[in-house]
Design a protein around this ligand. Structure first.
Ligand code: UT7
Length: 332
């Protein structure tokens, strides 16, 4: 059950800030330990953007590399979609900032907000535009600077997140290749489990309310509830994507899950019956980079030769919304 016109990823790229923040560094900032962070999450270090670096800067870095690997120019792009929960500002869209910087004069541009599922949502959306015949070449980017919305005094969240961007160029591909199936889902009733409550129309920032609003500018998460949700939906969504594509777990060359927590990744892989050597993991080096995470892991996997021509990859994510998303693809 593929797309009416096959669409695949023809180039990938990623970009992370230089600065590394280790668990040992965090031990000096909050009451935590390398041992707790490693055993509960699998994270050893993460990258943190400096004051001057915004999400669009990382997005552009990833975009250039994706265009280079696809061997196309920015002038060939018809559409740019940026998935993010940390846009440079509320508007204009970060995708428009990227469009300007790339010089992608012909491209339409919009942002998409689906939390950590954002990259797979963007991939599905971009592929739909090509499958329908409207566009030929779409750039999808997952990019975040979560460090900017992290409360560095809250040990239950500040150890988890990092900054990064990943990008993919989509184009028509020969029959049998590319995105074979897509599964998207949402359960808005669980939305309050993972939020950034302030700065929107419900609770706009007001200088005179700064004291009472303290904290509303940061990520709030009920970790254990999100954990249970993830352990349920990740294998379900991946399985559904495989079934839709007429495949089984045995066909999978590489599972590329959202990198939030090694325990969630291990539990999902075990439930699916996919051995660890067929699972992409880089959460130890980057932490949870939300919408960037799957795109970054995909780029690393492709460059390391772990997802190769004819190989089946399964991308699967979950996050704020609450949302989930999976895609099965045959690498072109
Ligand atoms: O991208 C999607 C977004 N989010 C996620 O994927 C997150 C999903 N959730 C998780 O990954 C896990 O729930 C966490 C890693 C966030 C937390 O792990 P947990 O095993 O669920 O721990 P917990 O929140 O139940 O906390 C256990 C204990 C608590 O102490 P008490 O109440 O048992 O005394 C916490 O206060 O660990 C304590 N704790 C910490 N201790 C040291 C919480 N954070 C820390 C910390 N260092 N950083």
């Amino acid at each position: 059950m593929g797309l009416s016109r096959p669409v695949g990823i023809v180039g990938t790229g990623s970009c992370v800030p230089e600065r590394v923040l280790t668990n040992q560094d965090l031990e000096k900032m909050v009451d935590t330990s390398d041992e707790w962070i490693t055993t509960r999450t699998g994270i050893k270090e993460r990258r943190i953007a400096d004051e001057e670096t915004a999400t669009s800067d990382l997005a552009c870095g990833a975009a250039w590399r994706a265009l280079e690997s696809a061997r196309i120019g920015a002038d060939e792009l018809d559409l740019i979609i940026v998935a993010t929960v940390t846009p440079d500002m509320l508007f204009p869209a970060t995708s428009c900032l990227v469009q300007a910087r790339l010089g992608a004069a012909r491209a339409a541009a919009f942002d998409l907000s689906a939390g950590c599922s954002g990259f797979v949502y963007a991939l599905a959306t971009g592929a739909g535009f090509i499958a329908s015949g409207q566009y030929e070449t779409v750039l999808v980017i997952g990019a975040e600077t979560l460090s900017k919305i992290t409360n560095w005094k809250d040990r239950s969240t500040c150890v988890l997140f990092g900054d990064a961007a990943g990008a993919a160029v989509l184009r028509p591909v020969p029959d049998g290749y590319g995105i074979l199936s897509v599964v998207l889902g949402a359960d808005g009733t669980g939305g309050e489990k993972l939020t950034l409550p302030g700065g929107g129309s419900r609770r706009p920032f007001r200088f005179e309310r700064a004291e009472t609003d303290e904290g509303s500018q940061y990520i709030h998460m009920c970790g254990p509830d999100v954990f249970k949700f993830a352990v349920r939906v990740v294998p379900q969504a991946a399985e559904e994507a495989l079934v839709k594509a007429g495949l089984t777990a045995g066909d999978v060359q590489l599972l590329i899950p959202h990198q939030a927590n090694i325990r969630i990744i291990d539990a999902a892989a075990e439930r699916l019956g996919i051995a660890p050597d067929r699972v992409m993991v880089n959460v130890d080096r980057y932490g949870n980079t939300s919408a960037a995470s799957i795109a970054l892991a995909l780029d690393e996997a492709v460059r390391a030769g772990r997802l190769r021509r004819d190989g089946v990859g399964v991308l699967v994510g979950f996050g704020a919304g609450l949302t989930w998303a999976a895609a099965a693809l045959r690498w072109y």
